[in-house]
Design a protein around this ligand. Sequence first.
Ligand code: APR
Ligand code: PHB
Length: 389
Amino acid sequence: MRTQVAIIGGGPAGLLLSQLLHQQGIDSVLLERQSRAYVLARIRAGVIETGAVELLREAGVGERMDREGLVHEGIYLATSNRGFRIDFKQLTGGTVMVYGQTELTFDLYQARDAMGGTMFHEVDQVRIHDADTDKPRVSFRHEGRDLSIDCDFVAGCDGFHGVSRKSIPDSVLREFERVYPFGWLGVLSKTPPVSDELIYASHERGFALCSMRNPNLSRYYLQVPLEHTVEQWSDDDFWQELRRRIPHDAAESLVSGISIEKSIAPLRSFVAEPMRWGRLFLCGDAAHIVPPTGAKGLNLAASDVYYLWRALCRHYEEGDDQGIETYSATALSRIWKAERFSWSMTRLLHRFPDQSSFDLRMQQAELEYLETSVAAQTSLAENYIGLPY
Ligand code: APR
Ligand code: PHB
């Protein structure tokens, strides 16, 4: 089998890249370890930056997002049960789109099917060969058969646990990581959102986040100790704790309900450099992870895809490899700024086990500075809506 770009991973990064390349007449084959149903059942983030919204429209998958997505012009930050608003629109002119990654992935699959995209699901034993030559190859097993793809380039869109990053020699790869001493317990419920915009609450008992998917589907999170398990948290316990941590007026109006999804996710900051080795390019979670506090995971996958898509178009359409040569540095520049923002939001809003009384005063002072300074709010707003591509 032969293709121009072999794409490993059928999450947002892989699907979006294959769609954009196909529109430009560049052939790709996508390999996904899981079934399509498994990928579509994932509950992930829900906030899309302006740049990613525009890229999704460019890819022809913006129609349902524009129809059903919620345009948000700000967020609330809360401390000591009292909230204040960061008005993105007034401060930067920008907004974000609230639209579930689950829906987005469905739209991407619809678009791939409509264009007759080549995708293999439930593959295993994916291996990348000769990435450091001009004839890379990807081998894999599918339905009991050993298959191989000769290609020009390999896009490693296979997430944090994928094979692509591990295919870069240890002598070349550098990894940077911070693991946080807590997790996020998330609940999805068929209840009306407690607020018209997201509430990020800092509380002495821990962080809480009130989010949503649509007017009848809410998403809530609580910071919990790493050792906690989902089984320890009944729905009633979750709602009771959430009410303790969010502003009193929100707590009083909160509509609770049965959790239709409940899970605990660890928090990590991670970056792998470089994001290119020969003709292998890393995209999305394969190269970096952010704590969800800044809602950057999906959005960084989108900007990586944008840079790689433009680079491959320049290669095939103009014979110009400038984009390919600069892909890693360009993507990492934006990634590190988003890592900084996500880390700073996490440090600001969470309680850390080893926090000193001085650290607590620093958090309180920073929140008070945010509440009273246009400059501080503008900085947060421009990072939250997404720095330019
Ligand atoms: N072979 C083929 N596919 C693989 C392999 C492999 N060896 N390993 C992993 N995969 C698949 C996973 O099953 C998954 O569907 O790669 C895909 C990677 O998708 P994501 O983990 O969603 O990563 P990405 O596409 O970069 O999107 C990042 O999605 O998961 C969220 O939090 C993440 O919001 C961020 C965004
Ligand atoms: C979500 O809706 O799942 C969500 C929103 C904002 C975040 C993290 C998660 O920062």
